[in-house]
Write a protein that binds this ligand. Structure first.
Ligand SMILES: [Ca+2]
Length: 86
């Protein structure tokens, strides 16, 4: 199984979410409680309480341990799709 597939799916969903402006997405600025331009797993848990660390790490594409603005839309779309589907 390719690790890239969920990321691609999430990116596609992110584009959909961005174009519709809905999908219950969490704004990066809301997740970044410390306002340092990156979101730790702990910060993410406040806005995405069901998120598992393995998923967080999957979307940390440059593996620096935090989610930055560029990585956020993928994680946001993944979380919305996985846990907030209606
Ligand atoms: Ca990162």
């Amino acid at each position: 199984m390719s690790l890239h597939r969920p990321v691609r799916l999430a990116l596609a969903l992110g584009i959909v979410a961005a174009s519709t402006g809905s999908a219950g997405a969490v704004a990066f600025g809301r997740a970044d409680a410390s306002r340092d331009g990156m979101v730790t797993f702990e910060e993410t848990r406040f806005v995405m309480p069901k998120l598992k660390e393995v998923s967080f790490n999957r979307f940390d594409t440059n593996k620096d341990g935090v989610i930055d603005r560029g990585e956020w839309p993928g994680l946001d779309a993944f979380y919305t799709f996985t846990y907030q589907r209606r």
